[in-house]
Design a protein around this ligand. Structure first.
Ligand code: ADP
Ligand code: MG
Ligand code: MG
Length: 208
């Protein structure tokens, strides 16, 4: 992968997030405080503005810059969590000029580990991790098997979609939705929806 791919991914994610505004908004209004879409949109805007600065950097440094910038600009619980994901990815890819798929998958897994330790959460707590953990595991398996790119992208998007939907039946034990107890059942977790939308958008840019 090259930094140009990161830039294309940022553009695709922003477009997809904006296209899903009403759903992301209404999910955090139902089981959170209603600001998740605004937080994520702000993050996308900031990354769009960072494109020129990251373009000449190797991918590891680009991810590091993205993480630091998001940390200083997005709020909410999701801001520091998503920032830690990119900072850990950057560390994992340090010194690699053009990471291959196995190295990228390892970096993604390091990013997910960073979210787990920062948010002290794991699978089944109705958070973004319910999408990110299974996607990361599948990505590692498919990368190690040398799966062709279109199959890899299609399977990852499907895995994200399935696991996003599965958060609907969960009770939350982390984040604001945990204050609602059983009343959170029946609503998809907003962070999971955002991650699914972002993963599907990135997969789409890679399919060709
Ligand atoms: P806030 O809840 O502070 O308003 P956001 O609305 O931006 O922040 O983000 C809410 C999302 O953050 C949730 O839908 C969930 O996916 C995610 N989240 C909250 N707490 C955690 C945690 N401890 N670990 C992982 N993800 C979390
Ligand atoms: Mg919120
Ligand atoms: Mg908030």
């Amino acid at each position: 992968m090259k930094t140009q791919h990161i830039i294309e991914a940022v553009e695709a994610v922003q477009a997809a997030i904006l296209a899903n505004e009403s759903q992301i908004e209404s999910l955090d209004r139902a089981i959170g405080d209603g600001d998740h879409f605004i937080n994520v949109r702000r993050g996308c805007e900031v990354l769009m503005g960072l494109r020129g600065e990251i373009a000449p950097l190797p991918p590891g440094e680009a991810f590091g810059k993205i993480g630091m910038k998001l940390l200083s600009t997005i709020g909410g619980a999701s801001g520091p969590l998503i920032s830690s994901f990119f900072i850990a990815m950057g560390k994992s890819l340090a010194g690699i000029a053009e990471p291959d798929r196995v190295q990228f998958a390892a970096a993604f897994a390091a990013g997910v580990e960073a979210i787990k330790s920062r948010g002290k959460a794991d699978l089944g707590e109705k958070t973004m991790l319910d999408v990110l953990i299974p996607v990361s595991r599948l990505l590692q398996r498919l990368a190690e098997q040398g799966a062709p790119l279109p199959a890899l992208c299609g399977q990852l998007a499907a895995e994200a979609h399935r696991n996003m939907l599965a958060t609907r039946d969960m009770t939350a034990t982390k984040g604001r939705a945990s204050f609602l107890g059983e009343r959170a059942i029946g609503h998809i977790d907003p962070g999971s929806k955002t991650c699914e939308v972002a993963i599907a958008a990135v997969c789409d840019t890679l399919k060709e």
